[in-house]
Design a protein around this ligand. Structure first.
Ligand code: AP5
Ligand code: MG
Length: 220
């Protein structure tokens, strides 16, 4: 790691690639906060905040929330003490070149990861995904909670996400192609992008990610 105990990571990947699943594991491994802009927006929607009210229609339709809204949300979070002390693992931000430029004006980034999973596999993963409405824990039909539709962690209801409809998923994948692929290329141009195969079991993918991050941050 570049600084003692501080790691600044971004994780890119198609919708359903496993960014959230892997970010929880990496955040535990590196003891750095997992900052998921999707989770933050879903929580804002659930709490009926001004940002939630503005974001909901974009999210449900599968469109990107405007950069002006996203930048405020992320900048505030990056100034919190846990980020200053331990760094961050950003999941779902940046997704546009404008967001990327704004991020690098605020902070340094050590490694940007592209978790590669083909479209046909993400479509299967999304259709089998279930999430906890309370804490956001991610399940799948292959690995459901012990009590059906009830979160093992917090006991809240487990549901399908509002934006996991075929129509919204198609729009989300289209926005990924037009906005996020160029953003990934932008980080590649900065020399800090690492591509990691996201196929296999979650444990296999985690091991691959940790090895790739170690190699990138030790200068190998
Ligand atoms: P967000 O919540 O970030 O959604 P997303 O990018 O569409 O990504 P997902 O959460 O769908 O996929 P994931 O890669 O996290 O997969 P997961 O780990 O769940 O954003 C939602 C919306 O918010 C956006 O559409 C936009 O409107 C807005 N937004 C957010 N950030 C924004 C920004 N920066 N700018 C503008 N708007 C923004 O895994 C999927 C499933 O696969 C799960 O069921 C999981 O159990 C399973 N799985 C995971 N790994 C494996 C494996 N190895 N093998 C088998 N199954 C697996
Ligand atoms: Mg996610």
């Amino acid at each position: 790691m570049p600084d003692e105990g501080v790691v600044r990571l971004l994780i890119f990947g198609r919708q359903g690639a496993g960014k959230g699943t892997q970010s929880v594991r990496l955040a535990e491994h590196y003891r750095a906060p997992h900052i998921s802009t999707g989770d933050m927006l879903r929580s804002a929607v659930a709490n009926g905040t001004a940002i939630g009210l503005e974001a909901q229609s974009y999210m449900d339709a599968g469109k990107l929330v405007p950069d002006s809204v996203m930048l405020g949300v992320v900048e505030e979070r990056l100034h919190e003490p846990d980020v200053e002390a331990h760094g961050f693992l950003l999941d779902g931000f940046p997704r546009t070149v404008g967001q990327a430029e704004a991020l690098l004006a605020l902070t340094q980034v050590d490694v940007a990861i592209d978790l590669e999973v083909p479209e046909e596999v993400v479509l299967e993963r999304i259709s089998s995904r279930r999430v906890c409405q309370g804490c956001g824990r991610i399940y799948s039909t292959a690995e459901p909670p012990a009590v059906p539709w009830t979160c093992d962690t917090c006991g809240s209801q487990v549901v399908q996400r509002n934006d996991d409809t075929p129509e919204a998923v198609a729009l989300r994948l289209a926005a990924y192609a037009t906005e996020t692929l160029p953003t990934i290329g932008w980080f590649d141009g900065k020399g800090i992008l690492v591509r990691v195969d996201g196929l296999g079991t979650p444990d296999e993918v985690t091991a691959r990610l940790i090895a790739a991050i170690s190699a990138a941050t030790s200068g190998d």
